[in-house]
Design a protein around this ligand. Structure first.
Ligand SMILES: NC(=O)c1ccc[n+]([C@@H]2O[C@H](COP(=O)([O-])OP(=O)(O)OC[C@H]3O[C@@H](n4cnc5c(N)ncnc54)[C@H](OP(=O)(O)O)[C@@H]3O)[C@@H](O)[C@H]2O)c1
Length: 392
């Protein structure tokens, strides 16, 4: 698309994007700063006044099992404003979700524990007028007080799942959940019991499809045998590539779709986090080992690679990050979160990124040569992933 690329190059140029070292150029920004153009914001937004005209409307759809969704979804975990620091306002979050719908996004991701409860309420309010046009995914698996939102430990007992779903339906202002995930495997509850409870919810019409997040591989097989799974939702981004070893091949074998959480590595692969970033108090990312003082400088090699290639291709680092994930399999769908409209619009531009000739292989070869330092999540969170459910 020569015309499109030249327009993008013009906008990138107008925004002052250069090929100089990212580390050197980004001292002093905080993770709560509005990113400058050189840090990877949308070219259109950076150029000013062109946001609406330049924004991509998603038309491509992908299949997760039998469920059709837009090629990029919207993660809504950060909208309550207590994960990555405060957000502008609740009405603004509703506006971001509705802008996503206007721009062709049909896939929205939330969970009972996001907020807790508040993310589902925001999603429910935002999507109520367009409920029949969108796919809502949410997750159960923890004790959450339905009045206060106080969060306890894991709980996937069948009777608890059914109670949790009734609460979700109320907050989401709907009579059905399109895609219901178990958020984490409960080491006390056989997955067959969980699948049986979900099967009953499907029969009752309250749930349409189901999935697992961060399960052990044998648990995937056992769950799928009781009630076929539509999607696995795991962390997958340019730094966290574990799913390539076992989970993606298993999804391919069983015909299960794959949803990538934190597909922008918590914003890192957009170029907005660097060794000088100081996270606001309570920002989860302060505890992520990738971003520790000893690890982040080495990990900036991924950001530099993305920067070089995004300039070469006339796209943004965020778009390239998402397009790389999508290029791995046609049944992979990233769900980046965005609480700022320019970020949302930037991400939708991933749909227009193509890899010509040998580009995908070349990029992946360069990525493979980078050693990622540190874990993707803090140790206690990591311990809850890849867990195999007990046998019945
Ligand atoms: N299943 C699970 O266990 C699990 C775990 C974590 C997350 N998730 C799901 O995955 C979703 C996404 O994960 P995440 O929010 O942790 O990580 P992410 O999507 O990788 O990154 C989000 C961060 O990147 C920023 N950002 C987004 N687009 C950008 C762009 N184009 N340029 C610059 N910055 C950009 C956002 O900023 P702004 O907010 O300022 O726009 C936000 O700070 C969540 O909302 C949730 O639905 C699931």
């Amino acid at each position: 698309m020569p015309d499109d690329n030249s327009r993008r190059r013009f906008l990138l140029g107008a925004a002052g994007v250069t090929t100089t070292s990212l580390v050197a150029g980004m001292a002093g920004c905080t993770a709560n700063d509005e990113p400058s153009a050189a840090q990877g914001t949308t070219p259109a937004a950076a150029a000013g006044g062109e946001t609406a005209a330049a924004a991509t409307t998603l038309t491509t759809r992908r299949k997760l099992g039998e469920l059709e969704v837009s090629s990029v979804g919207l993660g809504c975990q950060t909208m309550p404003g207590n994960l990555y620091g405060p957000v502008s306002s609740r009405p603004d979050m509703i506006k971001v979700i509705r802008t996503a719908v206007d721009q062709g996004v049909t896939f929205f991701d939330t969970a009972e524990v996001y907020g807790p409860l508040e993310s589902e309420r925001i999603v429910g309010e935002a999507l109520e007028p367009v409920r029949d046009r969108v796919v809502i995914a949410t997750k159960f698996g923890f004790e959450v007080d339905q009045q206060t939102g106080e969060r306890g430990g894991l709980n996937s007992r069948p009777e608890h799942i059914k109670q949790a779903v009734d609460g979700m339906l109320g907050r989401l202002r709907t009579d059905h959940i399109d895609l219901l995930y178990q958020h984490r495997v409960d080491p006390q509850v056989p997955i067959e019991d969980v699948a049986g409870a979900v099967k009953e919810l499907i029969t009752a019409g309250k749930v349409r499809h189901w999935g697992l997040s961060e399960p052990g591989v044998q648990t995937i097989r056992r769950a799928h045998a009781v009630q076929p799974l539509t999607a696995i939702q795991n962390q997958y981004d340019l730094l966290a590539r574990d799913p390539e070893k076992q989970v993606l091949p298993l999804c391919e074998e069983l015909g299960i779709g794959f949803v990538c959480w934190a597909p922008l590595a918590y914003g890192f692969t957009t170029g907005t986090i660097n060794p000088y970033t100081r996270f606001v108090q309570g920002d989860f990312r302060a505890s992520v080992p990738w971003f520790s003082r000893e690890n982040i400088t080495a990990n900036m090699a991924v950001v530099q690679l993305l920067h070089d290639w995004s300039v070469r291709k006339g796209v943004t680092p965020a778009q390239l990050s998402l397009a790389w994930l999508q290029a791995q399999k046609p049944w992979i769908v990233p769900i980046p979160s965005a609480t700022r409209t320019p970020h949302l619009l930037d991400n939708l531009g991933a749909e227009e990124v193509t890899f010509a000739g040998d580009e995908l292989r070349q990029f992946t070869t360069a990525l493979n040569a980078i050693t990622i330092r540190g874990a993707r999540v803090p140790a206690p969170v990591l311990a809850g992933t890849g867990v195999e459910a007990p046998m019945p």
